[in-house]
Design a protein around this ligand. Structure first.
Ligand SMILES: [Zn+2]
Length: 149
């Protein structure tokens, strides 16, 4: 009877915890649950929480990502996401491309136009050199650049 029970693989909470721990250890990103002194206000204590909420307006769109884990300062309320939550936030934020970025034209003339774009735009849009683009001038001050044309 006892053997039969042991044969059935049951994923217990304990097993999930151990797997998670192993995974984090392997990636060298340990989950730190210990409280630490807040580096922002240097007064409060950042305490572990798994109910942090990322709340930001990106590209005119309001995004909220709930149930994130990390630390929250009990004084200034600054939130510090752990590695896993940071990845989630990055992924969501990269999908929403902020508008109205400033860039400087570095090359113009001779049929060439070079613009230094902010890094987060390059990352979010996955722009590569030599990529074909479709350019549509809208007015003297505006043009549309379509990638992968
Ligand atoms: Zn603080």
């Amino acid at each position: 009877m006892r053997k039969k029970i042991e044969d059935v693989p049951v994923i217990t909470e304990e097993m999930m915890r151990k797997t998670l721990k192993k995974k984090w250890k392997h990636k060298k990103e340990p989950m730190i649950k210990k409280s630490f002194k807040c580096p922002i206000c240097e007064v409060g204590t950042a305490e572990y929480s798994d109910s942090l909420c990322f709340d930001v307006v990106l590209g005119g769109e309001h995004i909220i990502i709930p149930n994130l884990s990390g630390h929250r300062c009990n004084a200034c309320k600054e939130e510090f996401y752990d590695a896993r939550s940071s990845k989630i936030v990055d992924r969501f934020a990269a999908e929403k491309i902020p508008t109205g970025h400033e860039a400087t034209v570095s090359v113009a003339g001779g049929g060439r136009l070079g613009i230094y774009l902010p890094k987060d735009i390059l990352r979010a849009m996955k722009i590569k050199a030599k990529e074909k683009v479709l350019i549509t001038p809208v007015s003297k001050k505006k043009m549309i650049v379509e990638l992968g044309a």
